[in-house]
Design a protein around this ligand. Sequence first.
Ligand SMILES: C[S@@+](CC[C@H](N)C(=O)[O-])C[C@H]1O[C@@H](n2cnc3c(N)ncnc32)[C@H](O)[C@@H]1O
Length: 265
Amino acid sequence: MMCECVNFTEGEFYQGHFDSRAYVQNFYSCPRGHSDEKDFLSFVLGCLSRTFSTGKHKGQRLIDVGSGPTIHSVISACDFYEEIVLSDFTDNNRREIENWLKHEDGCFDWKPVLRYVCELEGKSPSDLETKLKQRIKKVLKCDVRLENPFYPNTLEPADCVITSLCLEAACKDIETYHYALHGISKLLRPGGLLVMVGVLGETFYKVDEQLFSCLRLSQSNIEDALHGLGLSVHEFNILKAEDWENSSVSDFEAVFQLVAQKQPY
Ligand SMILES: C[S@@+](CC[C@H](N)C(=O)[O-])C[C@H]1O[C@@H](n2cnc3c(N)ncnc32)[C@H](O)[C@@H]1O
């Protein structure tokens, strides 16, 4: 099944139709992720853990672009960056994170995912949760279709930018994708690290019954875009989907995590 969306579902559609709570419940309730997407989340968490837990990459500022209602992408990094900014286009997503930060009643429970990362890294879940909450300083509105995704704010150059499953959901065509990646690379200081999680070959995904479109990408689409911006790709880790023809929740062919570095001058 290919996406039957007539129009690509851009940010404005997310603002009206993205059910933040259903999204985290469906995809982030347990460390494996959605039951139809075998080991998707544990692969992502494992890659992020391997990238950060050595302590090789560290700095003052980390920005996560297009966080949605999630915090999992910065769990392994939070020990190594003093100030973490999360961001998303959609108000309800930012609110969902704020509720978790403020320990609001009924907020989403990230403990199973935190426990999983702690098992990988030999850490205490409650210490890690406290550290994470201390270090997430802001949850900002962003729009990756803008030259400066944080306009009218200008953020200080970051030592690390993470983005997970956002660009392929936000960009209706490859030109927009290139433009968005350019904007993201400008958030980094020279020599800074870009860590991206994404999907290859996906045209749609669903949150409950609501369909969202996805820009169909190949590994070389992404590598070409990064090289064109002067970023060198250090790692491109891939997990191929099994049985994706029979999954009703999405049609991704593979999930990837990459580590790239902006030129140091
Ligand atoms: C599939 S979710 C990914 C969320 C999360 N990062 C994750 O890994 O699960 C896609 C996200 O992209 C956001 N988004 C869509 N258009 C956007 C835009 N133009 N700028 C920034 N974020 C956008 C949506 O609000 C949504 O939270």
